[in-house]
Design a protein around this ligand. Sequence first.
Ligand SMILES: [Zn+2]
Length: 152
Amino acid sequence: MGDLERIKDKLQASGFKLTPQRRSVVSVILNSSGKILSAEEIFVQVRQVSPEIGLATVYRTLDILSNLSVLEKLFLTDDGVARYNINYQQNGLFIEFICLSCGKRIELAKELLSDLDAVIKKDSAFAVKSVRTHIEGLCEACQKQGKNVIDY
Ligand SMILES: [Zn+2]
């Protein structure tokens, strides 16, 4: 099943339709080639295919999709601006590295989290469903180019 189909099913299961405007928002995020976009950046791109869409609609759509865990809302830098990422995995162990300069995401070995998972399960009464985390920094390519996180 394609990402768009999966997202459509998820919306429908919660009583939402994948309207053309919502579809445009999702498509921009799916096609962002690894770059994690803010609402305003998404808005600028969505306007190219759906000129009638307003920023408020983009924000509302992002809220709905975040609440349904279709998207994850991230605060990557100290600018306080939320950025949105497709939430590919909601169960189990998930750890990724996010480059604060180019926005590249790299999934890391789940084994990095298995000790943490085991300790939480052993030492707490929580019923752990998932362990998700991300590590922020500069990827190898950006370090070589002397980039800074401010460039993001
Ligand atoms: Zn990078």
